[in-house]
Design a protein around this ligand. Structure first.
Ligand code: FAD
Length: 375
């Protein structure tokens, strides 16, 4: 059995892969250009299936109850008014946690394994120096190695999506993550502890053109005037931005290289699925112990489902009428939104009929990972 694995990138995906593989007896090196714990712009809401995988990774012994908050579902707002909301399935909860806390807990958990070697401040420029049997590329959306290997490609879309986020010393009582819809722009409110709440904005730079030093607050004022409690004086730290999100790898696996996380594919943060998807891939990688055909097929299913739901949400963002139609539908049929959440998150538990329906939709909507196009 191939035993030595090199992982490039120590974000949630890289560290989760390391823990999963170490549990299966592999020797793992993780190379990270920064030092842990690592911060990144993110909505910081993790879906129930991601929450379950984090439990399995054993990171909660390194977290206090006050380090995170569980949430029960998603609530949509339109022009400041609650439009519709959906609970996750019974007994399932998402988890809202700052990236620093998540990174720290994963990092500490890696320390429990003598077969994981962490290499901070080690940017890999050229993989020739790595003699591992397998190399898992988890560099995130700005990964340079896939371009070097000539395996990078741009995402098929005519948007230029950007994200910005900040923390606020505000206690937010809602047990749902709030998504406030605007025109080509969305605001996410995620309470991450009992007295700290974060607000992430996602927008299309081609349509919304934020300018100036205080662009984040001018956006809030212009598009979300009802969120007036999020003021500069309540901000904890500073505003950070990220984007555009426009790269993917042209394949899932190539020779000894295997892609995972955002390095493999990241279309948008609009559905809050990125970390969960990374964790699912990490689990698959270890579970299948590099039976690559299975890994490729299963990962392919995950990505095409993610692409489908993300593209549907992006349509809602770009087209007012589509958004109105979608929200009206969710209001009229109260089981529909929870069902969509289940489809979006519960890919492992879908019936054959549900999988078939998703596949049919994918044919019309997906542009990047169409069925039968595994490279
Ligand atoms: C605005 C926004 C909001 C989001 N909201 C959510 C959300 O609410 N919920 C959710 O689940 N997901 C969300 N996401 C997505 C989520 O942030 C990503 O899916 C997740 O970070 C992917 O993890 P990763 O480990 O693949 O990549 P990253 O977190 O980007 O980690 C990659 C790591 O690799 C390191 N690295 C890169 N190149 C090298 C190199 N050559 N050598 C060594 N190290 C290297 C980097 O320093 C970095 O630490 C959001 C994303 C954005 C942009």
């Amino acid at each position: 059995m191939e035993k030595r694995i090199g992982i490039i990138g120590g974000g949630p995906c890289g560290l989760a892969c390391a823990i999963e593989l170490a549990q299966k007896g592999f020797d793992v090196d993780v190379y990270e250009k920064k030092n842990w714990p690592i911060y990144k712009v993110c909505g910081e809401g993790i879906m129930p299936s991601g929450h379950e995988i984090l439990k399995g990774l054993g990171i909660f012994k390194y977290l206090d109850q006050s380090d995170f908050r569980e949430f029960e579902g998603i609530e949509y707002y339109q022009y400041g008014i609650p439009a519709t909301k959906a609970n996750f399935e019974k007994n399932k909860k998402g988890i809202a946690i700052s990236r620093i806390k998540l990174s720290e807990a994963l990092f500490l958990r890696c320390g429990d394994f003598s077969n994981i070697k962490l290499h901070p401040y080690t940017e890999i420029i050229d993989t020739k120096s790595l003699d591992h049997d397998r190399i898992i590329l988890c560099e995130g959306i700005r990964g340079k190695i896939k371009s070097k290997l000539n395996l990078g490609s741009s995402i098929n879309q005519n948007r230029k999506r950007m994200g910005a986020h900040a923390y606020f010393n505000i206690a937010w009582a809602n047990k749902f993550i709030e998504l406030h819809w605007g025109e080509n722009i969305e605001a996410y409110i995620t309470p991450i502890t009992s007295n700290k709440t974060q607000l992430t904005i996602l927008w299309d730079e081609n349509k919304v053109k934020p300018r100036g030093k205080n662009y984040y607050f001018s956006i809030l004022k212009q598009f979300f005037p009802h969120l007036s409690q999020f003021t500069i004086d309540k901000m904890d730290g500073r505003v950070s931005s990220y984007g555009p999100f426009n790269t993917k790898s042209r394949c899932i696996q190539y020779g000894r290289y295997i892609f995972a996380g955002d390095d493999l594919y990241f279309l948008d943060g609009i559905t809050g699925e990125g970390i969960t998807l990374s964790l699912k891939q990490a689990k698959l990688l270890s579970g299948l112990c590099f039976n690559e055909e299975n890994y490729k097929a299963k990962v392919f299913n995950h990505i095409s489902n993610y692409e489908l739901f993300t593209r549907l949400s992006l349509l809602k963002s770009s087209y007012r009428n589509f958004r109105r139609f979608g929200l009206n539908l969710f209001q009229a049929f109260d089981k529909l939104f929870p069902y969509f959440l289940k489809l979006n998150d519960g890919t492992e538990e879908l019936t054959r009929k549900e999988k078939f329906i998703i596949k049919i939709f994918s044919i019309f909507i997906n542009k990047d990972y169409r069925p039968n196009s595994i490279l």
